[in-house]
Design a protein around this ligand. Structure first.
Ligand code: GAL
Length: 338
């Protein structure tokens, strides 16, 4: 009988010690979460849209610190267009003990080397803006992607022109020949957004009944200066012919406007995508017919909240609706001069 009592006492004692140890471990865990380290690598720090996202991410981190009293170190690095440099940045993030990495891949088809490193180190990754191929995204359940649906951006962009044409056809068909003659400025050929934006923007014009005719087009890699050079050349080659410039992003539209200003031309209509800070300004001043805004607060907010949850080992916020548990699509809207 006494032996049985002793065994019961021992069992309860063991239970108490186990509960105490678990409590201590919990406390230790909470202690570790007093600070988060997030490694962020940008494909190019001089890209206007990416810079807008970067500023929003910094605001998110500040807000999170204030609300939760948890210090956030955002280690933001510029890969300057080199995948090699970005691979080294990922290695450095891992050696510094980052809790999570947010990566804007330089080469979206070459994400597997970075994924290998992250998986080996057990560090979750939130990719953004340049979408890794599906095969890579499916390699691990700790990989996420935040972006905007390219077809949606394009359909919205096309509808800006359709609305304008329905409202005032002569403002687009300036020479009254019954067709709107356009040139096209495209982003990087390897970017998932370029082809889809081009295809669906044009399709939306056709579906909306705008009679169009392509004069020419070219790749300006999202860049203002490259777009400006192309537009200057086209204004010389096709004098008085261009009525519309369809641009895969705002920076290229701004480049085309630069060339038009040099040539003292202001009647050609242009549309962009991104609603970057200078893009919004151009819409307000009437230089740009319209643009498409991917809500940058929500875009960066989604990147940050996935990263913060992962860094703390918490479940993802329930208000964040992810497609297939890993893709977050940022809402978009049209921005025109009222
Ligand atoms: C696009 C954006 C471009 C450029 C590019 C970089 O989504 O519209 O302006 O930032 O991403 O990947």
């Amino acid at each position: 009988m006494r032996g049985k009592l002793r065994r019961i006492r021992c069992f309860f004692l063991w239970l108490c010690v186990a509960a105490l140890l678990a409590g201590c471990r919990e406390l230790e865990k909470k202690e570790e979460k007093k600070s988060l380290r997030i490694g962020v690598s940008l494909y190019r720090g001089d890209d206007t849209f990416i810079n807008n996202i970067r500023s929003e991410l910094e605001s998110c981190a500040k807000e999170f610190e204030q609300e939760n009293g948890i210090k956030v170190t955002l280690d933001i690095q510029d890969a300057k267009g080199s995948q090699n440099t970005q691979n080294n940045q990922v290695e450095r993030f891992i050696s510094l003990g980052c809790d999570v990495m947010c990566i804007n891949p330089v080469d979206r088809t070459a994400a597997s080397a970075m994924i290998d490193k992250a998986m080996t180190a057990g560090i979750p990754v939130v990719f953004f803006n340049r979408q890794p191929v599906e095969e890579d995204m499916n390699r691990w359940d700790q990989l996420y992607y935040v972006g905007a649906v390219a077809k949606e951006s394009a359909v919205l962009q096309g509808s800006i022109v359709v609305d304008q044409y329905r409202k005032d056809p002569d403002s687009l068909d300036r020479n009254g020949d019954g067709v709107v003659s356009y040139v096209l400025l495209e982003g990087e050929s390897s970017h998932q957004d370029s082809l889809i934006r081009t295809e669906w923007s044009i399709q939306t014009l056709k579906d909306g009944g705008v009679p169009i005719e392509k004069i020419t087009g070219g790749i300006a890699n999202w860049e203002r200066s490259q777009a400006s050079a192309l537009m200057e050349q086209w204004l010389g080659e096709y004098p008085e012919m261009i009525e519309l410039v369809i641009c895969n992003n705002d920076d290229m539209a701004l480049g085309a406007i630069d060339a038009m200003e040099r040539a003292e031309i202001d009647h050609i209509k242009l549309v962009g995508i991104d609603a970057t800070t200078p893009g919004q300004e151009a819409v307000r001043s009437g230089k740009l017919l319209g643009t498409v805004s991917a809500d940058k607060e929500q875009y960066a907010g989604a990147i940050f909240s996935i990263a913060a949850a992962k860094a703390q080992g918490d479940p993802l916020p329930s208000e964040l609706s992810l497609e297939n548990g890993k893709y977050y699509w940022s809402p978009q809207e049209i921005l025109v001069n009222p």
